[in-house]
Ligand binder design. Structure first.
Ligand code: PRP
Ligand code: URA
Length: 209
């Protein structure tokens, strides 16, 4: 069974408050999204596998731990997931990166897939699926479906903001996936936007509205 982690770290809470402000510019929004993701990534990578190696210090030889297995993969959901990529890569600089293009149909709110390119050797990797917003959960569940169809087994999902409905939907669809959430919000509105939320994450990242 996967776990759900909601961060209560003061730095994350402060940066989330700045992210929500409607006066925050796209440039500031991008910086904040990167910083929050980086702080979350430290926790989300705590179960990466390590192996014992020998290293030579300037003084002697010693045992040490190093990451084991194939490099991790970051799989982002376009387009807003791009806002979390740099924060993940700060801690996992050698990770492979996959892109899944999903856009919510404005009427049905169902995700529509328009692009998918995943790294090789997915079954051997630890996978971190990222998207700032977990609203109805439809996009996240669809992205994890795609990742699982590639053979991946160890999958975590990271988002900046989640509604209870989305958490429930993702957990029901994929009970084995760990979910990392910077801020758990109150509800969805009639347009399936997260309340209080931050508005449209893609538009805020790229000043497209
Ligand atoms: C947003 C967001 C998620 C999705 C969440 O993307 O980045 O992918 O909505 O909603 P859900 O949980 O109800 O599926 P959007 O479809 O607006 O596309 P964009 O990133 O291209 O703006
Ligand atoms: N997508 C967003 O960008 N924001 C929401 O609140 C819900 C879906």
């Amino acid at each position: 069974m996967g776990n759900i982690y909601v961060f209560d770290h003061p730095l994350i809470q402060h940066k989330i408050a700045m992210l929500r402000r409607k006066q925050t510019t796209a440039r500031e929004f991008r910086d904040l999204a990167k910083e929050i993701t980086m702080l979350m990534a430290y926790e989300a990578t705590k179960n990466l596998r390590v192996k014992e190696i020998q290293v030579e210090t300037p003084l002697c030889t010693t045992k040490a731990k190093a990451l084991d297995g194939a490099e991790a993969a970051i799989v982002l959901i376009l387009r807003a997931g791009l806002g979390m990529l740099d924060g993940m890569l700060e801690l996992l600089p050698d990770a492979a990166v996959g892109h899944i293009g999903l856009a919510r149909d404005p009427e049905t709110k169902e995700p529509v897939e328009y692009y998918c390119k995943l790294p090789k050797e997915m079954p051997a990797r630890d996978i971190f699926v990222v998207d700032p917003m977990l609203a109805t959960g439809g996009s996240a569940a669809a992205a994890v479906d795609i990742v699982k169809n590639s053979g991946a087994k160890r999958i975590s999902f990271l988002c900046l903001m989640a509604a209870p409905e989305g958490i429930q939907a993702l957990q029901t669809a994929h009970p084995d996936v760990d979910i990392y959430i910077a801020a758990k919000d109150r509800e969805l509105n009639e347009h399936s936007y997260i309340i209080p939320g931050l508005g449209d994450a893609g538009d805020r990242l790229y000043a497209t509205e």
